[in-house]
Design a protein around this ligand. Sequence first.
Ligand SMILES: [Zn+2]
Length: 109
Amino acid sequence: MLRLTCPCCGAAADETELAPGGEAHLLRQGPGSSDDAFEAYLFQRKNPYGVHFERWRHAHGCGKWFHAARDTRTLEVFGTYSAQVSAPPQDILDRIAEKHPGFSSEGGQ
Ligand SMILES: [Zn+2]
C-alpha cells in the first residue's frame, strides 16, 4: 500500500485517505497558445515505469493538495512537498539521483 506523509499537516496517510490528482508540474496553456500545445496540456501525460512526480490531495485529512515523488515500479516514495512550487526541491532530486544515477526530471529515466 502506498503511504505518503502530507507536507501540509505532517500526517502519514494511507492511499485510502488520499485522492490522486495526476501528473505534477504541468505547464498550463491558455489563450494565445497553439492548438497543439493546448491539446498536449489537456490530454498528454507521462506514464513512466519508474520515477514520477504526482499531485495528491489529503482528502480525508487536512484537504490540501501536495506533490509526491515516487517510483511507480517499487512504490518507493522519495518525498512529498508543497504544491506551491513549479519544480521538485533539490533534496528530493538528490535522493532520486542516489537510487537512479543519470535520472533527469525532464525526460524520466
Ligand atoms: Zn494533510
